[in-house]
Design a protein around this ligand. Structure first.
Ligand code: RB5
Length: 151
């Protein structure tokens, strides 16, 4: 799988850990930065990753900021994006099973690196359950269409 990954300064250390894990798991990745601990604005990096996934230039995305909240807000502005903030394992699993999440968001100041790696492994390997959840995702797409037409 091709993964778009990005963070702000608060997620940089965790991004580095996760990139090593993605390599170990045999995934390809595109690193959209940031590359230094200097303070940056999370929307600049969230935009790049969400755009890559939204336009099918990457299969899925991973975003990290301090809490994960800012990156989630940014990513969910994009069409076809279902970004899920998962700072524990149950949400990581359910975000794939029920929501077919295509961007995983983590809080670099909330989750330890070992748990973060477990979250990524779970999220990468859990399939979408489809069934009754498909209809719900279709409803989300319809809302997106309605809102896009209005503006
Ligand atoms: C940066 O200090 C912090 O605000 C950012 O990483 C993130 O937590 C925003 O939601």
């Amino acid at each position: 799988m091709l993964i778009a990954i990005g963070s702000d300064h608060a997620g940089l250390e965790m991004k580095t850990e996760i990139i090593s894990l993605l390599k170990q798991l045999g995934h390809e990745y595109i690193d959209y930065g940031t590359d230094s601990p200097q303070s940056v604005d999370y929307p600049d990096f969230g935009e790049k990753v969400a755009d890559a996934v939204s336009t099918a230039n990457a299969d899925r995305g991973i975003l990290i900021c301090g809490t994960g909240i800012g990156m989630s807000i940014v990513a969910n502005k994009f069409p076809n994006i279902r970004a899920s903030l998962c700072n524990e394992l149950f949400s990581a699993k359910m975000s794939r099973l029920h929501n077919d999440a295509n961007i995983l968001v983590l809080g670099g100041r909330i989750v330890g690196k070992d748990l973060a790696k477990e979250i990524v492994c779970t999220w990468m390997t859990t399939p979408f359950e489809k069934g009754r959840h498909l209809k719900r995702l279709e409803k989300i797409s319809l809302i997106e269409e309605k809102k896009t037409k209005k503006s």
